[in-house]
Write a protein that binds this ligand. Structure first.
Ligand SMILES: [Zn+2]
Length: 685
């Protein structure tokens, strides 16, 4: 390692992107050391200021502090998620508790909080503009919820808890990645491949090549491989084998066992909530959410759960009838559901993945997403192939808004690889702000699509294409941000509002007009035929019982887990008992079982918060109806309000007020229920 550390130098790269090529894992700890000292000095100066607290010398100064640390931290966390290595994982284990301790020390700094608290007391007399007022209220609330009002003894205990949680959450996440990248179902002969369509054979071959066995086929536990395998494989024995491995991630004895880790996380969260004066962790977590209380979440989930189970039972009967008609199993097992659902879908709607995929080449879907952003918000995405990111597969785009003004940079990282964690997500390298000159956002979208075999295009399933649109919606939330203060920028909104910009964006993919333009056959270039578009539309509600049950079960178990008061929770037993109490259909598994439920245990962000997707679905289904009511999915007036109050507003508006400003009224739950095909059966409730 040379003495110069690129992380500490000025980044004279295009748009100030990180100098990816020059950065080594060994640069991080020394750079963090410097950045932490610098941030502490900045905080110390604010806290010790001899002048009376003012909005500028306290709140603005706080918002502007820690930029070096943030710059390094964004890069570090993004690399740990998208392109990790054993060296980076070691740094991650060292740094996670240190960073957590640093963060918590700032929020527990008595002198700093005294100044913020004093300003908060006078907030109505300061004559602040609305965004500044909002920033003051948000900063104050963050401090209160982080324990700023606690006694010093309680503060010490809270810091220890937060630090230990960071350690445990890192281990939880690394264990899931271990179980996903170390397991593969090896297929070695033709009979192992029975039922697999060409695209799946090709991607399984590619996965095997990546693992050094070019003569075989590998089914890994990446959702984009195992889910299609469970959908298409005629080999019931192999489906069972793969399914069982998939749902037992994190649940193996030995050094990668997540069960004791989750148990300790839950105990610490209970203690944290009690210290803060709340009965349960869920009560504490819900204070700063749009829902406001566990009871409000329960009311929403209850409206969904019973009709979803009823619908799932009807779906199961249809699958069983089809299986029986083929002379196959009389009992649908969890590893049979996707397989027979695909066959029923084919019989009932003549829509199967094989017929749809050729219209969803990755390049076409990306083009569709960019075009929708253009028609709605006037954005253009210009590929900059000469700019290298952290992996050759990552594409870098310059983003231009109306008037051809550059508004940000977009990194698109679409393929699965062993160094990337599973799932799909949006993240930032830099957040938009205006307080110290125009700072442009640098946003990344990660997907985990199985790459097409060498020389072959990557074809997406409808689900994959929706995922791409979803993450792109989050990306737009980061890119379109137009706020003054960094702390209020982009996606830093309340957790149950953050999925609105992503979920509403999914709607545009299935607009016939969009499909006609962009869903073109990979070989012939012909647009998707009208009758296939109609069949897709009819098939949309198909299997919604299954989808709603596998999701809602997770949301219900999450809330039960974080409202539980018993000490020492055995997560496997808890999950089993809770599912029994809820009447979980035996043929359906939770979408994420607790031992690998990253939303709950890889960070605290979604703990007592998995419900947020459905909460936001109420907002997005009702919100999208505004375009339907206007008679045009790209209605300029509705798009302008959506941009101003949702995509550009960051956290400058209270979410209920933002929604009302966009929609003209409070959200209604009915559009979500009807979109899922659950409305009729739920009207009696
Ligand atoms: Zn999302």
């Amino acid at each position: 390692m040379t003495s110069a550390n690129p992380l500490l130098e000025e980044w004279k790269t295009p748009y100030g992107l990180p100098p990816f090529r020059d950065v080594r894992a060994g640069h991080f700890v020394p750079a963090f050391d410097v950045a932490l000292v610098q941030h502490n000095a900045e905080i110390g100066r604010i806290a010790a200021d001899s002048h009376a607290p003012s909005f500028d010398n306290t709140i603005v100064a706080f918002d502007a502090s820690g930029r070096l640390l943030a710059r390094i931290g964004h890069l570090f966390h993004n690399l740990c998620s998208s392109e990790t290595s054993p060296e980076l994982q070691t740094v991650e284990r060292t740094m996670a508790p240190r960073l957590a301790a640093h963060h918590s020390a700032i929020y527990l700094d008595g002198a700093l909080f005294a100044r913020i608290d004093e300003l908060h007391e006078q907030r109505h007399k300061l004559g602040l503009p609305p965004e500044a007022q909002r920033l003051l209220e948000r900063v104050h609330l963050d401090f209160v919820l982080a324990g700023a009002r606690l006694s010093s003894a309680d503060k010490r205990r809270l810091s220890a808890i937060v630090e230990r949680l960071a350690e445990l959450q890192t281990a939880f996440s690394q264990n899931v990645l271990h179980d996903e990248s170390n397991w593969a179902l090896w297929l070695t002969e033709e009979r192992d491949l029975a039922g697999l369509p060409p695209f799946l054979r090709a991607t399984a071959r590619e996965a095997a090549q990546q693992r050094g066995r070019p003569d075989a086929w590998a089914i890994t536990l990446s959702r984009s491989l195992v889910a299609p395998f469970l959908t298409f494989s005629d080999r019931r024995d192999l489906r069972e084998h793969a399914f069982k491995a998939w749902i037992s991630r994190g649940e193996h004895d030995g050094e990668h066992d997540n069960r004791p880790i989750a148990r300790e996380i839950l105990a610490l969260r209970q203690e944290q909530a009690r210290l803060m004066g709340y009965a349960t962790y869920a009560d504490y977590a819900l204070v700063d959410r749009m829902a406001g209380s566990p009871a409000a979440v329960a009311r929403l989930l209850e409206q969904v759960w019973t009709p979803a189970k009823k619908r799932a039972a009807e779906e199961r009967d249809a699958l069983a009838a089809l299986a029986a008609s083929l002379g196959e199993t009389a009992t649908i097992e969890p590893w049979d559901w996707r397989y027979y659902a695909e066959k029923v879908r084919h019989v009932r709607y003549s829509v199967d993945d094989g017929a749809v995929k050729p219209y969803f080449a990755l390049e076409r879907v990306i083009e569709a997403a960019f075009d929708c952003a253009h028609r709605l918000f006037g954005l253009s995405f210009i590929l900059r192939p000469e700019i290298a990111a952290y992996h050759p597969d990552v594409k870098v785009y310059e983003v231009r808004g109306r008037g051809d003004r550059v508004i940000g940079v977009f990194l698109h990282d679409n393929f699965a690889r062993p160094t990337k964690r599973s799932g799909a997500w949006m993240s930032s390298y830099r957040l938009q702000s205006r307080i110290a000159g125009d700072v442009l956002p640098i946003i990344v979208n990660n997907n985990n699509f199985a790459k097409g075999a060498r020389g072959e295009p990557t074809l997406l399933s409808l689900d994959d294409a929706l995922t791409l649109f979803h993450e792109f919606g989050h990306g737009l939330h980061g890119l379109l941000s137009q706020v003054t203060f960094e702390s209020l920028s982009g996606t830093q909104v309340l957790r149950d509002f953050v999925e609105l910009p992503s979920q509403i964006f999914e709607n545009w993919l299935l607009e016939p007009d969009v499909l006609k333009r962009h869903a073109r056959h990979v070989e012939t270039g012909q647009p998707m035929p009208d009758e296939l578009i109609q069949r897709l539309e009819r098939a949309r509600r198909f299997n919604q019982g299954f989808e709603t049950v596998e999701y809602t079960a997770c949301a219900l178990v999450d809330m039960a887990l974080h409202t539980a008061s018993e000490k020492d929770i055995d997560i496997t037993a808890f999950e089993r008992e809770e599912l029994k109490r809820l009447g979980m259909p035996r043929e359906i598994a939770m979408r994420h079982r607790l031992p690998h439920f990253l939303h709950l245990f890889a960070s605290s962000g979604y703990a007592a918060g998995y419900y947020v997707y459905m909460w936001a679905e109420v907002l997005d289904a009702d919100g999208y109806d505004a375009f339907l009511e206007a008679g045009n999915p790209f209605d300029p007036g509705v798009a302008e309000r959506l941009q101003r109050y949702v995509y550009a507003a960051g956290n400058t508006l209270e979410p209920g007020a933002a929604f009302r400003a966009f929609r003209g009224r409070d959200p209604k739950v009915e559009p979500m229920l009807s979109k899922r095909g659950l409305a009729e059966s739920s009207t009696a409730a």
